[in-house]
Design a protein around this ligand. Structure first.
Ligand SMILES: [Zn+2]
Length: 589
């Protein structure tokens, strides 16, 4: 693959500021030279995501994600390398040099979007035709207006196995493209392809940029599965997208309503609640919570009233809370799902559901309510059991004011004095904090031992050398003018570990060529390696900025290089061993 020149990438980085770009996806605060915020790539309540403004890189101490602005765009927009470069070039008003690069992945992605869009058109045309009469009847029976059906682009996949495939072929799509879109699959006999969806009502899934990325298909009979979704493709990952987020993001509400099914979302939209979304046939994931966090502060969970729905609610509360979102829970009365509830209220659907929203409790109220229902509150033992479990829930709250409020509630419900409830809560909190710091201690000890280092696999066996090597590399990248000084004292062979040696040579080459050493890290390293590189380069603190510190690193690296390895000792003759032994003794002095 021809690659873009360092100058071009450098220009892109010069014209796009990582801090400013990231700030459009998340809240960032300045801390010294750096910017910090809640990581957009994993759920967290305290910020461990750092942007290093000096060299335009980022690193998250929570999940280990790290890289430069190109990596950031790849991750947050779910693009491949070339697409991310294009995204940034366009953002800065630059054009990519023609034919100078391999864009096959980007081209296939575009073709999949086009095939999906054409498929959506095809399904819609079938829905409004005679063939789609039963599907249309089904949607009407669920109370959907024509305008709603059009707005969501609903459709019908006819009861044939070749309809869509033939249609797309006539529109110039290749079999490979249709298969890549998961619209068709190869038949078992290997001759020809079969439609993935047939005899189903179709729900297009559209991303926040308006691309049709996948479909959900609902069967109208009692056959299984009730819902069939597009499998993951290069444009679709079901655990990282949400149904109707494209509508919800424009709702101007800082609250999202999280439903279980597509029909719930559509019914809510029709009743005027455009801020409703649903997961795509799987349980809520941390990625989806992080995605919601970009568009809202609070999520109202509105799952079905059945047991499965209530279990899913309990799970979702944890995931959303961990992502730093406020959570409320709506309980639809009479065991109905939101779709049925709204339909039953007809014209008054909006007011009725708004009333539910207004009266919805936050997640704590919901949890206490659920807890209470498990115990016999008329017996002293029942009350005591409720109290013990309730205290556990309270100890999970981060906000002291919330703890006070719910301790009062527990006190009222159990006739136990509030101070003794608070004492219990505080004891649990202390115990948790102790466990946490123990875990943290274990984690740091493992990290320091190098045993969990998957990138530099020689780390654990070369602790002292690795620390000096990493410090030296950080020094070099931050002081490229010292390259000659370092080169005069240190050869690549002096490095004890292969990964650091290669990294040292890599940065040396970049600096010799007058490039910024970090310019093309996103092109030259795997994501995991890149995280490591960014962490090494940015562990450069004030105390290791001195030339004395540099000389010390060089000394240690040289010393460690002359240290005989275990296999040297094992394979040595008695004479050799004597000489190794005396050398070791010299070093100790
Ligand atoms: Zn993270």
């Amino acid at each position: 693959m021809a690659r873009l020149s360092d100058e071009f990438i450098s220009e892109i980085k010069y014209r796009n500021d990582l801090g400013e770009l990231a700030g459009s996806y998340m809240q960032l605060k300045r801390r010294g030279r750096n910017l910090v915020g809640l990581c957009p790539f994993h759920g967290e309540k305290t910020p461990s995501f750092n942007i290093y403004t000096e060299n335009g890189s980022f690193y998250c101490f929570g999940c280990g994600a790290g890289g430069d602005i190109i990596t950031f765009v790849m991750k947050i927009e779910n693009l491949d390398y070339m697409e991310a470069v294009k995204f940034l070039a366009e953002r800065a008003g630059m054009t990519l040099p023609e034919d100078d690069y391999d864009d096959s992945m980007g081209k296939l992605r575009t073709r999949i979007y086009e095939a999906n869009r054409e498929a959506a058109r095809f399904f819609y045309s079938k829905l409004i035709s005679k063939e789609g009469a039963s599907a249309m009847g089904y949607l009407k029976s669920r109370g959907l207006a024509d305008s709603t059906i059009r707005h969501f682009g609903l459709g019908f996949a006819p009861d044939e196995r070749f309809a869509l495939g033939n249609h797309l072929r006539s529109r110039g799509f290749s079999e490979a493209e249709m298969i890549a879109a998961n619209l068709v699959f190869k038949s078992k006999s290997g001759r020809g392809v079969l439609d993935r969806f047939y005899n189903r009502v179709m729900f297009p899934i559209i991303d926040v940029r308006g691309n049709v990325i996948a479909f959900g298909g609902r069967i109208m009979s009692d056959q299984k599965p009730k819902y069939l979704n597009t499998s993951d493709t290069i444009v679709f990952n079901k655990s990282q997208n949400l149904f109707s987020l494209n509508n919800a993001k424009n709702s101007k509400s800082d609250e999202l309503i999280l439903c279980e099914g597509y029909m719930d979302v559509i019914a809510l939209n029709q009743a005027g609640f455009t801020n409703a979304v649903a997961t795509l046939g799987t349980a809520l994931t941390a990625d989806q919570a992080a995605l919601m966090k970009r568009y809202c502060k609070e999520v109202v969970i509105c799952y079905d009233a059945d047991e499965a729905g209530q279990k899913a609610t309990a799970r979702a509360i944890d995931i959303l809370r961990n992502a730093g979102l406020a959570v409320k829970v709506v309980t639809v009365p009479d065991g109905k799902d939101p779709d049925e509830f709204i339909k039953r209220h007809g014209d008054k659907g909006h007011a009725a559901f708004q009333n539910l929203l207004d009266n919805s409790g936050n997640d704590m109220e919901y949890r206490l309510f659920k807890l209470r229902s498990r115990f016999d509150m008329t017996s002293p033992q029942g009350k005591l059991d409720y109290l013990n479990e309730g205290v556990k829930l309270l100890s999970e709250l981060d906000n002291p004011m919330e703890r006070e409020i719910y301790a009062s509630r527990l006190s009222d419900e159990t006739d136990v004095a509030k101070p003794s409830i608070m004492e219990q809560v505080n004891r649990l909190i202390k115990r948790k904090a102790k466990n946490r710091s123990k875990d943290e201690f274990t984690r740091i000890r493992t990290q320091l031992s190098g045993r969990d280092d998957k990138i530099n696999t020689q780390h654990a066996a070369n602790l002292r050398a690795v620390s000096a090597e990493e410090n030296l590399i950080a020094y070099l990248v931050n002081n490229p003018d010292k390259l000659t000084y370092i080169h005069e004292k240190l050869r690549p062979e002096d490095f004890s570990t292969d990964f650091n040696r290669n990294l040292y040579e890599y940065f040396s080459r970049k600096i010799s060529a007058n490039s910024d050493p970090m310019t093309t890290i996103s092109a030259d390293f795997t994501p995991d390696e890149q995280s490591k590189v960014v962490r090494i380069v940015n562990s450069y603190s004030d105390q290791n900025r001195t030339v004395q510190a540099l000389d010390e690193y060089i000394d240690i690296i040289l010393e460690e290089a002359s240290r005989p390895s275990e296999s040297d000792i094992r394979n040595s003759t008695p004479d050799e061993f004597a000489s190794i032994f005396s050398k070791l003794k010299d070093q100790k002095k």
